[in-house]
Ligand binder design. Structure first.
Ligand code: FAD
Length: 1003
C-alpha cells in the first residue's frame, strides 16, 4: 500500500536564473577521469562513423538534411511546402502554392547526392514539377510546353506524392492499428514503442474531446496488442496536455485543474489497466508549473496506486530541469511509487527565446548556448541515475556524444533505456544495439494522418536542421569528427561563457538605444501571485480634479504659452533624460497603474500590463529619437565652401493632445511625451471616462522633471476639447479617436485665421484579415480570436472583417467559434478573465443594437453570453457581402465574408472601397499572394501569419492612412519631426577675413 501522501507544496523554482551561476555549478561537477573520457571518445566516434556511413534505402531526416540543408533556398522552400500543401483542398491554391515555392529553389539543377530512395523520390518529383512550372508562369497562365503535355493536375499529384513520401517516413501509421501492425510485436526481439497521437493542441472543447477519445482508443489498442513483458519493457503512449484542454494556460489554472485532471486520471487508469508506460510530453516553459500541478494531482490519485508506468518528459534546455527532477522524485517518494522519466533536450527553443524577448523578462528560462543544454542534460542524467530504482530514466537523444557519455555514466546495462524518434537516429541506434544488445531502446512513434504529420515533421526538421544541432552537423561531412566530440564543458570554458554573446537579454533587445520595458511571465506562479496580491492591496487614488470650464481651458493655454518659453529652451538632452526618468518611475509604479487601468478602464491583467509597458516604451523611444533629432548643434548640411548650413528642429508652441479611453495611459502618454520631447508645451485632454489615469500620469511626468507650466491637464468631455482646439494660440493638435471628431477638429483648425497648424490624427478602421487555404487553421483560430476579441474588441487595430477562402471557410469558422466559446468573460481583476467589460453603458447599448441588427441581417455563427453589467459577449456573423459593414463596430463582434479562390481581387477592392487603411492581417503560405496584397493596399500596419494587434513601440510603428489617420506613425522614426518646426541657419563664414579654411587646405 502506498504511504499516506503528505501534500507536497507546488513546484517552485526561479523562472529564469542567471546562466553563469548554473554554469559554475555544472562545470564543477562535470569532471570525469581520463580513461572515462577516452572511452566516451571511442564509442561516440564509432557511432558517428556509423551515421556517416549510412545510406539506407529509405533515408531519414539525416539524409533529407544532407540533401536539402535548411540553410539553402531549396531546403526552406521544401519545408514550407511540406508544412502546408496537403491541407490545401482546392486545385487552384495548390497550384499557386507549388509554383510559388518551387520558384524559390533551384530544384531542376539539383543533383541528388544521396541514393536514398526517399530523397531521390522527393528530388525527382520536385525537379520534375519545377521543370514544368517556370517562375513567373502560372499553371493557368502562360503554360509551358511540358505543362501542356502533362497538365497541372499531374504536377500537383507528383508534388503531393513527394510530400506524402517525406511524411510517411516519419509516421509509423496513419491509424493506431496500422502503426501497431508495423511495430511487429511478434518478432523475436520486439522493440519498445511509445506511441504519439499527432495533432496541434486543442483550440476547442470538441478538439479536446476528439484527442481524448483518440488517446483512449489508442491505449486500448496498444494494451490489447502488447505481449506479456512487464514494465519497463511494455509499450507506451505519450500524451500532450495541451491536446486535452482548449485553454491549457497558467491564467486558467482553476479551470484546467478541475477539467483536465479528471481527464488525465481517466486516461492514466486506462493505461494502468494494461500496465503501459504513460508519458506526459513536455511543452513550453510557461506551462511547466501548470503541467506539474496537473501531473501531481493525477499521479497522486489513489486509483493509480500500485502502477509504475506513469511518467513525464523533462527538458534539459530549461534551467529548472534539475529542480523538476527533485520535485518529481519527492512526489514519487511521498507516494512510495515509481515513475518513468524521459529526459529530452527540448523542442521549442526558438519559441522560448522569442517569448521571453516579447515579454521583456529579466532572463531566459532556457539556455542560450547549446553546450549549456548538453551540459545540463548530462547533469540531469546523473541525477536521474542516482534516483533509481524509484525513477526509471529514459534518455531521449540522437546525439552520439550524449549517448556515449551516458553509457559511461551508467556502467551497468539495466534500470534505464534509450529513446529515439521514429525515422530518426536509425543508423546511430542500429550500431549501438548491435554493439550493446544488452541495453533497452524505445522508439517514439507518431501516429496520424499525413496532414497532421507534416507540421510535426517540419518541427523536427527545424529542430534538427539548426546549425548547432548534432544531427545537422553529423550530416555535414565537412565537419570533422573531432568537432563533434568537443565536450560541452570545454566549449563553455568558464561560467562567464555560459550565455550566447549574440542573443541579448530580453531587456537589452534594443541595444544601447533604450531598454525594453519589463514584463511579467504569468506562467511563473510566484510572479503572478505577487502581482495579483499587490494589485489587490493598492489603494484607489483620490478623485480626479473637476472638469475644466472654458475659462480654465483659456487659462491653461495661456499658462502653456508661458511655459513654452522655458521648456523649448531646455536642452534636448535634458528633455530626454526627464522622459527616461518618467519611464523608470512608471516601471517602479507599474502595479498602481495596472490597478488603476483595471478599475477605471476595465482592463484585463494582460492588457493592463501590456499597456503600462507600452507607455514606458514610448517614453524611452521618444527620448532616444529626440536625442538624435533635436541635438542642439543641429544637422550640418552639405554646401559650398565658405559657409556653414545647419538644419535645426525646434518646438512649435502649445500642443493640444486629445486621447481616447481605450489606451488611457499608453496613447495619452505617447502623445504627450512626443510633443514634449519636440520642445512643445502641452495641454492634455484625456477621455472623460478615464480621468484618474491621466491625472496620475501627469503627476508622474511632473515628478520626473517636466515643469508644471510645460504640461497642463484639462479634464472634460468633447466640449472642452473643442474649446482647446479652437483657441488661437494653439500651435498644433495631436488627436486619437473617431474619424468624425478628427474631421471636426480639422474644420475648427481650418476656420481660424492665424497660422495653419498641424493636426496629427489617428482614427479608426474597418480592419480586415484575409485567410487562404494554405493557412494553418489552429494558428488562424488563435490569431482571429486574439485580434477580434481581446480587449473586448476595443482597440483601433482590432479585426472587424474576416475574409475566408470558401474552400476552407466552414472548418475555419467552426474552429474560431469553438475557440471563442472558451473565452471567459467577466471581472477583469480576475487573472482568468479573457474579456472584461466594454467601457460604459452607452458603448454597450450601441454594440447590443448592432448585434440585434446583425442577428436579423446576417448568418449567426456564434453568439456568446455575457454576465450582467457592461459586458458584451463575442459574436461572429457571416455577411453575404463586405459592403454590408459600413462603419467601425468598436467591440467584440467579428464579421466573416467568404471569397472564392479566383476572386481575391474583389476582396482587395472591397477593403479599398471602405476608405480606411489602419491594420490588415494576411494568413497565407504563398509569398506571391502576400506580396500582391501588401503592394496593392495602402494600409498602415500589415501583419502576416500572426495576430494584428499589440503594435510594439519602435518595432511596429503604428498608424494608418485614408480615413484612418494622417500619420506619421506613433512609435516610429518620423513622428517627432511632425511636432516640430524647422530652421535652417546659414552663416557666411568667409564674410570676415575671407575663406581662411579653404586657403589653408594646401595643394
Ligand atoms: C523519444 C523522444 C521524445 C521526445 N519528447 C519530447 C517532449 O516531450 N518535449 C520536448 O520538448 N521535446 C521532446 N523531444 C524532442 C527533443 O527535445 C529533441 O529531439 C531534442 O531536442 C534533440 O536533442 P538531441 O540530443 O538529439 O540533439 P542535439 O542536437 O544534441 O541537441 C539539440 C538541443 O539543443 C538545443 N539548442 C540548440 N541551440 C541551442 C542554444 N543556442 N542554446 C540552448 N540550447 C540550444 C535545442 O533546442 C535542442 O533541445 C523528444 C525526443 C525524443 C527522441
Amino acid at each position: 500500500m502506498p504511504a499516506d501522501p503528505s501534500p507536497l507544496p507546488p513546484f517552485s523554482a526561479p523562472y529564469a536564473p542567471d546562466d553563469a551561476a548554473i554554469a559554475a555549478r555544472l562545470l564543477g561537477a562535470a569532471k570525469l577521469g581520463a580513461a572515462q573520457e577516452a572511452r566516451i571518445d571511442r564509442s561516440a566516434r564509432r557511432l558517428i562513423e556509423a551515421i556517416r556511413a549510412n545510406d539506407d534505402p529509405l533515408g531519414g531526416v539525416e539524409d533529407m538534411l544532407r540533401e536539402f540543408a535548411l540553410s539553402t533556398k531549396e531546403g526552406l522552400a521544401l519545408m514550407v511546402l511540406a508544412e502546408a500543401l496537403l491541407r490545401v483542398p482546392d486545385a487552384r491554391t495548390a497550384d499557386e502554392f507549388i509554383e510559388d515555392r518551387l520558384g524559390q529553389g533551384d530544384f531542376v539543377h539539383h543533383e541528388t547526392k544521396s541514393s536514398a530512395f526517399l530523397v531521390n523520390a522527393s528530388a525527382w518529383a520536385l525537379g520534375m514539377s519545377a521543370r514544368v512550372i517556370q517562375p513567373g508562369e502560372t499553371p493557368h497562365g502562360t503554360i509551358g510546353r511540358l505543362t501542356k503535355r502533362l497538365g497541372a493536375p499531374a504536377v500537383r499529384a507528383a508534388t503531393r506524392q513527394a510530400m506524402r513520401l517525406m511524411g510517411s517516413h516519419f509516421v509509423l501509421g496513419e491509424t493506431i492499428e496500422a502503426a501497431l501492425a508495423r511495430a511487429q510485436p511478434n518478432s523475436a526481439h520486439p522493440p519498445r514503442y511509445s506511441f504519439d497521437m499527432l495533432g496541434e493542441g486543442a483550440r476547442t472543447t470538441e478538439d479536446a474531446t476528439r484527442y481524448f477519445k483518440a488517446y483512449a482508443s489508442a491505449i486500448e489498442a496498444i494494451g490489447r496488442a502488447a505481449d506479456d513483458r512487464p514494465l519497463p519493457g511494455r509499450p507506451g503512449i505519450s500524451v500532450k496536455l495541451s491536446a486535452l484542454h482548449p485553454r491549457f494556460e497558467a491564467v486558467s489554472h482553476g479551470r484546467v485543474m478541475s477539467e483536465l485532471v479528471p481527464r488525465l486520471i481517466d486516461l492514466a487508469k486506462r493505461a494502468k489497466a494494461f500496465d503501459l508506460n504513460f508519458t506526459v510530453d513536455a511543452e513550453e516553459a510557461d506551462r511547466l508549473e501548470l503541467s506539474l500541478d496537473v501531473i501531481a494531482a493525477a499521479f497522486g490519485d489513489a486509483s493509480l496506486a500500485g502502477w509504475d508506468g506513469f511518467g513525464l518528459a523533462i527538458q534539459a534546455y530549461q534551467k529548472r530541469a534539475g529542480d523538476v527532477i527533485d520535485y518529481v522524485d519527492s512526489l514519487a517518494r511521498g507516494l512510495n511509487r515509481r515513475m518513468m522519466l524521459r529526459l529530452v533536450k527540448g523542442a521549442y527553443w526558438d519559441t522560448e527565446i522569442k517569448r521571453a524577448q516579447e515579454r521583456g523578462l529579466d532572463g531566459y528560462p532556457v539556455f542560450t548556448r547549446k553546450a549549456m543544454t548538453d551540459l545540463n542534460y548530462i547533469a540531469c542524467a546523473r541525477k536521474l541515475l542516482s534516483l533509481r530504482p524509484r525513477i526509471f530514466p529514459q534518455f531521449a537523444t540522437h546525439n552520439a556524444l550524449t549517448v556515449a557519455t551516458i553509457l559511461e555514466l551508467t556502467g551497468e546495462s539495466t534500470g534505464f533505456e534509450f529513446q529515439r524518434l521514429h525515422g530518426m537516429g536509425e543508423a546511430l541506434y542500429a550500431q549501438l544495439s548491435e554493439d550493446r544488445p544488452d541495453l533497452a531502446y524505445r522508439t517514439y512513434a507518431p501516429v496520424g494522418s499525413h496532414r497532421d504529420l507534416l507540421a510535426y515533421l517540419v518541427r523536427r526538421l527545424l529542430e534538427n536542421g539548426a546549425n548547432s544541432s548534432f544531427v545537422a552537423l553529423a550530416a555535414d561531412e565537412s565537419v570533422p569528427v573531432a568537432t563533434l566530440l568537443r565536450r560541452p564543458a570545454e566549449i563553455i570554458g568558464a561560467p562567464d561563457g555560459a550565455r550566447h554573446p549574440n542573443i541579448p537579454l530580453p531587456r537589452d533587445l534594443y541595444g544601447l538605444q533604450r531598454m525594453n520595458s519589463r514584463g511579467i511571465e504569468f506562467g511563473e506562479r510566484a510572479a503572478l501571485h505577487r502581482l495579483v496580491s499587490e494589485i489587490a492591496a493598492t489603494a484607489a487614488p483620490a478623485a480626479a480634479s473637476a472638469n475644466a470650464t472654458p475659462a480654465d481651458a483659456n487659462a491653461s493655454i495661456a499658462a502653456a504659452r508661458d511655459g513654452f518659453k522655458h521648456w523649448s529652451r531646455t536642452p534636448a538632452e535634458m528633455r530626454a533624460t526627464i522622459l527616461e526618468k518618467a519611464a523608470d518611475l512608471l516601471e517602479q509604479r507599474a502595479v498602481p497603474f495596472i490597478a488603476l487601468l483595471q478599475r477605471e478602464g476595465g482592463k484585463t491583467l494582460d492588457d493592463a500590463l501590456s499597456e503600462v509597458r507600452e507607455a514606458i516604451d514610448y517614453c524611452r523611444y521618444y527620448a532616444a529619437q529626440g536625442r538624435k533629432l533635436f541635438e542642439d548643434g543641429g544637422e550640418s548640411m552639405p554646401g559650398p565652401t565658405g559657409e556653414s548650413n545647419v538644419l535645426k528642429l525646434r518646438g512649435r508652441g502649445v500642443f493640444v493632445a486629445i486621447s481616447p479611453w481605450n489606451f488611457p495611459l499608453a496613447i495619452f502618454l505617447g502623445q504627450v511625451t512626443a510633443a514634449l520631447m519636440a520642445g512643445n508645451s502641452v495641454v492634455a485632454k484625456p477621455a472623460e471616462q478615464t480621468p484618474l489615469i491621466a491625472a496620475e500620469a501627469i503627476k508622474l511626468l511632473h515628478e520626473a522633471g517636466v515643469p508644471a507650466s510645460a504640461l497642463l491637464l484639462a479634464q472634460g468631455d468633447g466640449r472642452i476639447g473643442a474649446d482647446l482646439t479652437a483657441h488661437p494660440d494653439v500651435a498644433g493638435v495631436v488627436f486619437t479617436g473617431s474619424t468624425e471628431v478628427a474631421r471636426a477638429i480639422n474644420r475648427a483648425l481650418a476656420a481660424k485665421d492665424g497660422p495653419i497648424v498641424p493636426l496629427i490624427a489617428e482614427t479608426g478602421g474597418i480592419n480586415a484579415m484575409i485567410v487562404d487555404a494554405t493557412a494553418l487553421p489552429e494558428q488562424v483560430a488563435d490569431d482571429v480570436v486574439t485580434s477580434a476579441f481581446r480587449s473586448a474588441g476595443q482597440r483601433c487595430s482590432a479585426l472587424r472583417l474576416l475574409f475566408l477562402q470558401d474552400d476552407v471557410a466552414d472548418r475555419m469558422i467552426e474552429m474560431i467559434a469553438g475557440a471563442a466559446r472558451e473565452l471567459r468573460i467577466g471581472d477583469p481583476s480576475d487573472p482568468a478573465t479573457h474579456i472584461g467589460p466594454v467601457i460604459d453603458a452607452e458603448a454597450k447599448q450601441r454594440l447590443d443594437e448592432h448585434i440585434a441588427r446583425m442577428k436579423q441581417a446576417a448568418r449567426v455563427h456564434f453568439a456568446g453570453t455575457a454576465p450582467e453589467g457592461n459586458f458584451v459577449a463575442p459574436h461572429i456573423f457571416e455577411l453575404s457581402d463586405a459592403g454590408k459593414l459600413t462603419e467601425e463596430v468598436f467591440g467584440p463582434v467579428l464579421h466573416v465574408v467568404r471569397y472564392r479562390a479566383d476572386a481575391l481581387g474583389g476582396v482587395l477592392q472591397a477593403i479599398e472601397r471602405s476608405g480606411y487603411g489602419l491594420t490588415l492581417g494576411i494568413h497565407s503560405r504563398i509569398d506571391d499572394t502576400i506580396e500582391d496584397v501588401v503592394d496593392r493596399l495602402q494600409v498602415g500596419n500589415i501583419y502576416v501569419n500572426r495576430n494584428m494587434i499589440g503594435a510594439v513601440v519602435g518595432v511596429q510603428p503604428f498608424g494608418g492612412s485614408g480615413l484612418s489617420g494622417t500619420g506619421p506613425k506613433a512609435g516610429g522614426p518620423h513622428y517627432l519631426a511632425r511636432f516640430a518646426t524647422e530652421q535652417t541657419v546659414t552663416v557666411n563664414t568667409a564674410a570676415a577675413g575671407g575663406n581662411a579654411a579653404l586657403m589653408a587646405g594646401g595643394e
